[in-house]
Design a protein around this ligand. Structure first.
Ligand code: BTN
Length: 327
């Protein structure tokens, strides 16, 4: 159930996004509360950082949202077809992945977003801890129910990496690269990680959860000493604080467009973009799988999303899951 406050914000947001006002009378009828209760709510919203214009005989409209994540601030002016119509926002969670699984099992719709200001037990790949301090970055999980085969799901990780790289590329002076399969680097340091998890039967995906972590406003001191040479954030790279809500909206809009294209056209375009951003393509690398370690040349990615590497013996191998390091 939506609270009266959220209903009020939604009514205001709907009109304000078209630069229109909504009168106190209409609000009080729609919300079934008195005019003075509306007035009290408006004052509360202003205290929370909303800038609201009130003009007599016209009504109210929102001029600016507070710099704080919420379902409303993310939805403000978003206009997507299917992504982020349902947003679950929490101040603090163990992991948005965990919450997304619960929501998905509970029937959450395709395109539902789970997002938090802070994760106390952020999950990285291979069960690693993912640093996700309060308000410093974007910690979100997207629930998808695509009509694809289970073996195709890792392609969505690569697709997501291209989306994040392209969005970050729009920031002046930022040149992102994608480190196979799921890290985004700036100046060789990790700015973002992607964790894809899915629930599937033999030939049917029930749901996929794309976990996205982006370091936005951290200073280096936010990280333990041993990580400081390996990580970065937009703030560290640009030396300025960045608007998280805008970045989230850009990712959501781009994700919707690129995901629809991927379902329509398949993986080839993703491969091309991925290789434009690919980190150290054509260089020697070391590959560690569960049963062997070997070195070879990184050739790029295959038509199905596997990593392509040439053994020193000349044999070309497709790698689906491995730890990769460069010399
Ligand atoms: C990695 O770099 O190994 C993947 C990191 C993925 C982190 C994101 S943050 C949002 C979502 N919730 C989590 O607990 N993990 C993912």
């Amino acid at each position: 159930m939506q609270s009266t406050r959220n209903k009020l914000i939604n009514l205001l947001a709907e009109k304000s996004s078209k630069n229109e006002f909504i009168s106190g009378q209409v609000l009080s009828e729609k919300l079934n509360i008195s005019r003075s209760a509306i007035w009290k709510h408006m004052n509360e919203l202003k205290k929370d950082g909303y800038i609201i214009e009130g003009i007599s005989r016209k009504g109210y409209r929102i001029m600016m949202y507070p710099d704080k994540l919420s379902e409303n601030t993310i939805k403000w002016g978003l206009n997507t077809n299917w992504l982020a119509h349902h947003i679950i926002h929490k101040e603090s969670v163990e992991s948005t992945q965990k919450l997304a699984h619960i929501a998905a099992i509970d029937g959450a719709a395709h395109g539902t977003i789970v997002i938090a200001d802070e994760q106390t037990d952020g999950k990285g790949r291979a069960d690693r801890f993912f640093h996700s301090k309060k308000d410093e970055g974007i910690w979100m999980s997207i629930i998808l129910r695509p009509n694809i085969l289970p073996y195709e799901a890792p392609q969505i990780t690569l697709l997501t990496a291209t989306i994040l790289a392209q969005v970050l590329d729009q920031y002046e002076g930022i040149n992102p690269q994608i480190k196979w399969p799921n890290d985004i680097l700036i100046n060789n340091k990790k700015v973002s990680g992607i964790l894809t998890e899915m629930q599937a039967e033999q030939d049917k995906v029930s749901y996929v959860i794309i976990g996205i972590g982006i370091n936005v406003n951290q200073k280096l001191s936010s990280y333990p000493k041993d990580l400081q040479s390996k990580v970065t954030s937009l703030n560290i790279e640009k030396n300025e604080k960045n608007d998280k809500t805008k970045l989230i909206q850009n990712i959501i809009k781009s994700f919707e467009e690129k995901f629809d294209l991927y379902l329509k056209d398949g993986f080839p375009n993703v491969k091309t973009i991925w290789e434009q951003y690919g980190f150290r393509i054509n260089e020697q690398l070391e590959i560690k799988t569960s049963n062997e370690s070997w070195s070879g040349k990184f050739l790029g990615i295959a038509e199905d999303g596997a990593l392509l590497a040439k053994r020193d013996s000349g044999i070309i191998e497709k790698i689906y899951s491995a730890e990769i390091s460069w010399f």
